[in-house]
Design a protein around this ligand. Structure first.
Ligand code: SF4
Length: 324
């Protein structure tokens, strides 16, 4: 059996809450609360959930842009959180992040050629006279023209800027990309183009993705496996077809019911969740979803449901998984 590219084990990321005159730690925001999964080479895993559920923090803690609180993150067998700064820097080109808003991640005073090529220069991966050729090649791969190399961020549309963001990640020749809401700031028609680009690149370069989105319909086309997060915890994870055909967790069912059905003869029953997502600083007891779950029973308030494999590769955390 081949070793997974990424192994995340019992990962936790808590942020301290300071209070009082002494600014002591009076509590913690449990942004990521005991998450475990593996990712094989060439796989695309979608991570979905409402805003504030901890999916972006999960992505950033995996890449060690944030320090973990507990748990391990192994990339090709190496624990990223045990590496020295120098070792981590040497590993960085293999793991890249694509941001939600490429405009804010691009310096308006730096042209695209420099923005895309600067990391290559920093890491000394190519000689100076090779950089322009490499950048032009990556621009073409990402559906932009080689002459765009001398233009500035404000001269591009939102979709083109996201292509620049992808080119910046891709030029490092990564194996693993965390794409954090890469299309949510774009118009629907442009979203499809970027998803298609990511899908083509995955095939050409055998890339592995962790694709973060609040929208299940966005991950549906790109990801072969989907994980659903609620309040810092993974509540369900399954291969795409299985998750869409047989969701076992009430929260996943509610998210799926919000996707519009294009066929007017098919009626879909929308499950509307009551109330807001609770604070991760003070999560509900037992099943964290019980305050909004239409099927909650007494046991749900008292006991944390186990995250268990209910069918092949289909994991869920619910006392009554699949019973409704
Ligand atoms: Fe709902 Fe209970 Fe299942 Fe939680 S454990 S999702 S509250 S039925």
């Amino acid at each position: 059996m081949t070793e997974p590219l990424l192994e995340v084990n019992h990962l936790k990321k808590y942020f301290p809450i300071q209070g009082g005159i002494m600014q002591r730690t009076v509590g913690h925001v449990r942004a990521v609360d005991d998450i475990t999964f593996t990712l094989n080479k060439g796989e695309a895993l979608g991570l979905v959930g409402e805003s504030g559920c901890g999916k972006s923090t999960t992505g950033r803690t995996i890449l060690r842009l944030l320090e973990k609180t507990e748990g391990t993150v192994k990339f090709k067998g190496t624990d990223l959180h045990e590496l020295s700064r120098k070792e981590l820097r040497a590993m960085r080109p293999k793991m890249q992040l694509v941001f939600q808003d490429p405009y804010s991640s691009l310096n308006p005073r730096i042209n695209v050629g420099t923005a895309i090529g600067e990391a290559l220069v920093d890491h000394g991966l190519v000689s100076k006279h090779e950089i322009r050729d490499r950048v032009k090649e990556i621009l073409s791969i990402c559906g932009l023209a080689p002459y765009h190399i001398d233009r500035y961020p404000h001269e591009f549309s939102g979709g083109q800027r996201q292509r620049i963001g992808i080119a910046r990640a891709l030029i490092m020749n990564p194996e693993f990309i965390v794409a954090d809401e890469p299309v949510s700031a774009l118009d629907v028609s442009i979203q499809a183009q970027i998803i298609n680009l990511l899908s083509d690149l995955q095939e050409q370069k055998n890339l592995t993705y962790l694709f973060i989105s609040h929208d299940l319909s966005v991950v549906e086309h790109l990801c072969n496996r989907i994980g659903v997060m609620y309040l810092g915890s993974m509540v369900e994870m399954a291969p795409r077809e299985e998750l869409f055909a047989r969701p076992l967790h009430p929260y996943t069912k509610a998210l799926l019911s919000a996707i519009p059905v294009p066929d007017p003869t098919r009626k879909s029953e929308r499950i509307v969740l009551q109330g807001d997502i609770p604070s991760p600083a003070n999560p509900p007891s037992g099943c964290k979803f019980h305050t909004r779950c239409p099927f909650a029973k007494e046991i749900c308030k008292q006991q944390v449901p186990k995250y268990e494999e209910m069918a092949s590769n289909h994991f869920v955390a619910c006392h009554f998984a699949g019973e409704f």
